[in-house]
Ligand binder design. Structure first.
Ligand SMILES: Nc1nc2c(ncn2[C@@H]2O[C@H](COP(=O)(O)OP(=O)(O)OP(=O)(O)O)[C@@H](O)[C@H]2O)c(=O)[nH]1
Ligand SMILES: [Mg+2]
Length: 417
């Protein structure tokens, strides 16, 4: 469907970011399967309560809709329900806002049961917030201007129906979450370090994890926004021989709808359990800084604190001199890589290993002869530095988390003659 994109801002506003935000809206529309044909930037003296933009601009937009044969108009700003209905009537086209578009994309792209439920939950919460949830003023508008339904009673009915659906979804998601934490419990009993890959959408998170696992096509990576919605976890070998579990997950975006963050909380909260975060940036974007801030803000919102972060500056192959030509302040200690060519990946893994090993202590353990499996396990989940063979078995010097060492020591004790 041909679509026109509109961004509106107040004249006294800062003005600068809306162009890039509009570009992004263009890509979002494409991702949603729409066909953006025109974009329009409107600068206003003040917001119009009935149609967001003034009546003159509405006329311009109407002409543009006619000229292009567009069937939809999408606004970068949030529209009140009444504004949406009024615009729909005046323009004779479907009207949506950025939030609605992102929520629809999530619904389209979710693959797992949990992802689908979360996308549905986001949609219902969004709807609920628009069924006159914001006080009587809107309810009245709905009755008067919208002309649909007979006011209060229908609104109350809609609200109740949505609340029931929302509660059901929340319950279902909660039970999946419980299942997962049992799984995590099991995983923790082989305490491999957990690394979360986070970053702005399209930064190259999935490509990076594919490179790290040596499987170029393992996870779907594409030049689309929100290519990945459902998290996937892979084992990655660290240079010294241990392994860590790396998780790739949904990308963030500026103005990420609050309903979505809330709905995806169960997934996003996993990040809080990681030992290390790789924050992936796209250095080929002119908006690296804005993207960095947006990711930080979202991490804050989901309560991620005190986890060490490595700032990975990806797509270094796509710019002439990444260290100079991109926004990468020294205080972030940027690690430049290319997930396409593999340059810088060794240094990245080395610094990941270093960061992880800070939590690890140095240990020594003698494994009795004949406990091959235990030796294998130590090699897989710890960083073995030295192995000496003797009559009592093999004595390993290694780094491990205190919990892991305790577990290995107990096993070695159990297996001693
Ligand atoms: N030139 C270049 N392109 C890259 C690099 N890494 C990723 N890309 C491209 O960037 C696009 C996005 O990559 P993805 O791995 O899907 O990005 P993502 O961060 O997982 O994105 P979402 O899942 O949408 O949040 C793809 O077209 C990749 O081929 C890189 O190092 N250099
Ligand atoms: Mg991805």
């Amino acid at each position: 469907m041909k679509t026109i994109l509109v961004s509106a801002e107040l004249k006294r506003g800062k003005g600068a970011p809306s162009e890039s935000s509009l570009e992004e809206l263009w890509r979002l529309a494409e991702t949603a399967g729409l066909e953006p044909v025109e974009k329009m930037r409107v600068r206003l003296q003040e917001w119009n309560p009935a149609t967001l933009i003034g009546s003159g601009k509405v006329e311009d937009l109407k002409a543009l809709v006619k000229e292009t044969g567009a069937g939809a108009v999408i606004f970068d700003e949030e529209l009140l329900p009444a504004q949406q209905r009024n615009l729909e009537r005046e323009l004779g086209a479907a009207i949506a806002d950025r939030t609605r578009l992102i929520i629809d994309i999530f619904a389209m792209r979710a693959r797992t049961r949990e992802g689908k439920l979360q996308a549905k939950l986001a949609r219902f919460s969004y709807q609920l917030s628009r069924v006159g949830g914001k006080g009587a003023g809107l309810d009245q508008q709905r009755g008067m201007i919208g002309g649909r339904g007979s006011g209060e009673r229908k609104i109350e009915y809609d609200r109740r129906t949505l609340r029931v659906k929302i509660t059901e979804l929340e319950r279902e998601i909660e039970s999946i979450k419980k299942e997962r934490s049992t799984q995590r419990g099991r995983r923790d009993s082989i305490p491999m370090p957990q690394v979360s890959i986070v970053g702005y959408t399209n930064a190259g998170k999935s490509t990076l994890l594919n490179y790290l696992t040596g499987n170029r096509h393992g996870i779907y990576a594409d030049d689309k926004l929100f290519a990945t919605l459902d998290p996937s976890t892979k084992r990655v070998r660290l240079p010294a021989g241990g392994t860590a579990l790396f998780t790739d997950t949904v990308g963030f975006i500026q103005k990420l709808p609050h309903d979505l963050v809330a709905a995806f909380r169960a997934t996003l909260e996993e990040i809080r359990y990681s030992d290390l975060i790789l924050h992936v940036h796209d250095v080929s974007s002119p908006e690296t800084r804005m993207q960095h801030e947006a990711v930080k803000a979202t991490l804050d919102e989901i309560g991620v604190h005190d986890i060490p972060v490595i700032n990975v500056f990806n797509k270094a192959d796509a710019v002439a001199d990444p260290a100079i030509s991109t926004w990468a302040p020294e205080r972030l200690r940027p690690v430049f890589v290319s997930a396409l060519t593999g340059s810088g990946i060794d240094a990245l893994l080395a610094s990941a290993e270093r960061a992880l090993s800070l939590r690890w202590g140095e240990y020594k353990l003698t494994v009795p002869p004949g406990s091959k499996d235990l030796v294998k396990e130590i090699y897989a989940s710890c960083l073995v530095k030295k192995a000496a063979y003797g009559p009592a078995g093999v004595t390993l010097h290694f780094k491990a988390t205190p919990e892991n060492f305790a577990r290995m020591a107990k096993k070695a004790g159990d297996q001693a003659p």
